[in-house]
Structure formats: structure tokens, C-alpha cells
Write a protein that binds this ligand. Structure first.
Ligand SMILES: Nc1cc(-c2ccc3ccn(Cc4ccccc4)c3c2)n[nH]1
Length: 241
């Protein structure tokens, strides 16, 4: 059965890339179904208004709740997770992507302006799980880019979408460490040589070297990930690195 992805947005054309490449093929093969809906279809005034001034004052505009409720009532199958990108969300992680990929589908609500009236997420939680998530500590102008990111992270985990299963199972964040450096031909390139161990054919040495590279890179770039490792994930020797 296919994984149903639905997106509600005021910029449907922004989600056009979802029809390309990886996703396009998966959609053709019936692994994924993608539907993008224009929120303005659920407005009822001649100007198709989706925003209004914030209660309590403050800069910018807030998205009105009613059009969102009408849209979600129509497109969201009961019990389906609603994902709402927001700078104020919980960090989106590979674990979330894996959890969501095991569900029947997702509905994404793309906000613009200063965001969506909070009562929409509160109301939507009455009909199924709602995840307010951030894709990083930077501020976007709306949720559409975040949806493209999350859809890609989730769909590549669906069975059959990525040909090479191993490349999914050995995702860098799978063992909690960053992936080390990768190389391909030529062995010597513009004065830069591939580390000799990788050409040695000594698979035990190669595995050791790769593990050490991952550890060093993680310590240098993402020390926070090291703190999160479960007990016993690192040997005493590795902790010394
Ligand atoms: N990780 C991440 C997510 C977003 C995001 C998601 C949805 C929306 C809807 C409107 N905006 C603009 C906005 C700017 C400032 C304060 C609040 C909202 C959004 C930003 N930015 N960064």
C-alpha cells in the first residue's frame, strides 16, 4: 500500500520538486502518493483572506484558524499525524523520520506570515497526533522548505524507495556518529591522495580507520552527539581519542 503525503499551503507551486527524481519514481511505482492543496480553496471571502492581525499586537500577521480547520477536516484521514513546521518546534530527527515512515501517511500544514493561530494545532490534536517541529536553528519565511526536507527524509526510509537498502540502514546518524570521509577514483587527484588504508584490502583495518574517522569528526563537529551516546557505545580506547 502506498504512503500518502498531503501538504496544505498557500504556495502549492513551491512543492513542485516533490514530483521530481526519487520521489517522482517512487510515486510512479505506487510507493508514495503526494497531494498538494491550496489553503485558499477553503476561504470564503472574495479576497480569499488567510491572515489577520495578531491579538495582543506585535509585528506581522497570523494565519486565521477557520480556513485551516476546513482544509484539515477535508484532507486529513482520521488519526493521521499532522506535521506543522515552526521555528518553535521540537527538533526534527532521524528517529522521527523513521517513526513517521512506519505510519500510513502524513499531512503537512505549511504556515507563512508569523505562523498559524495556535488553536489549529490544539484543535487538530483532538483528531490525531500533531507534531510541531523545527528543522534547524534558523528562521525561514514559511514551512514549505521544511516540508520538502522532511518529506525527503521520511520517503527515503520507505521500503523500496531507495534501491540500496544498506545506504539507508548505515545512515550516519544510525550509530549516533557522523559519517567519515568518502573517496572514489582517482587514487591521486590534484596532489590529494586517498588514505592508503582504503586501498589496502585489509577490511579489518579499513573498518577500524573508518570508525576512528567518524569519532574524530563527531568530536570536532558535533560534540553534543558524543554526550548522547548510550553507555558502552564507546570503548575506553575510543573515549581517549
Ligand atoms: N526550522 C524552521 C522552521 C521555520 C518556519 C516554519 C514555518 C513558518 C511559518 C511562518 N514562518 C516564518 C516565521 C518567522 C519568525 C517567527 C515565526 C514564523 C515559518 C518559519 N523556520 N525555521
Amino acid at each position: 500500500s502506498s504512503f500518502l503525503i498531503q501538504v496544505v499551503t498557500i504556495f502549492p507551486e513551491y512543492l513542485a520538486p516533490l514530483r521530481q527524481s526519487l520521489l517522482g519514481k517512487a510515486a510512479e511505482r505506487g510507493l508514495v502518493d503526494i497531494a498538494v492543496h491550496d489553503l485558499r480553496a477553503w476561504t470564503d471571502d472574495v479576497h480569499r483572506t488567510v491572515d489577520d492581525a495578531p491579538y495582543g499586537g506585535g509585528p506581522g500577521m497570523v494565519m486565521r484558524p477557520e480556513p485551516w480547520a476546513r482544509a484539515l477536516e477535508e484532507v486529513r484521514p482520521p488519526g493521521t499525524r499532522l506535521v506543522v513546521p515552526t521555528p518553535a518546534g521540537r527538533p526534527f530527527t532521524q528517529a522521527m523520520a523513521a517513526e513517521w515512515a512506519a505510519e500510513p501517511g502524513l499531512v503537512f500544514a505549511c504556515g507563512r506570515y508569523e505562523g498559524i493561530d495556535q488553536r489549529v494545532a490544539d484543535w487538530a490534536a483532538e483528531a490525531g497526533p500533531v507534531s510541531e517541529v523545527s528543522i534547524g536553528d534558523y528562521v525561514l519565511a514559511g514551512g514549505e522548505s521544511a516540508v520538502l526536507v522532511m518529506v525527503e527524509a521520511v520517503t527515503r526510509l520507505l521500503p523500496g524507495v531507495v534501491g540500496n537498502r544498506e545506504s539507508v540502514e548505515f545512515d550516519s546518524h544510525a550509530d549516533g556518529l557522523l559519517e567519515g570521509p568518502s573517496y572514489t577514483r582517482p587514487a591521486s587527484w590534484r596532489g590529494h591522495d586517498v588514505p592508503p588504508v582504503l586501498l589496502s584490502g585489509d577490511h579489518a583495518a579499513i573498518a577500524r580507520w573508518r570508525r576512528e574517522q567518524s569519532l574524530r569528526r563527531t568530536a570536532a563537529r558535533r560534540p553534543d552527539l558524543l554526550l548522547r551516546l548510550p553507555e558502552g557505545a564507546l570503548t575506553e580506547a575510543e573515549r581517549q581519542l
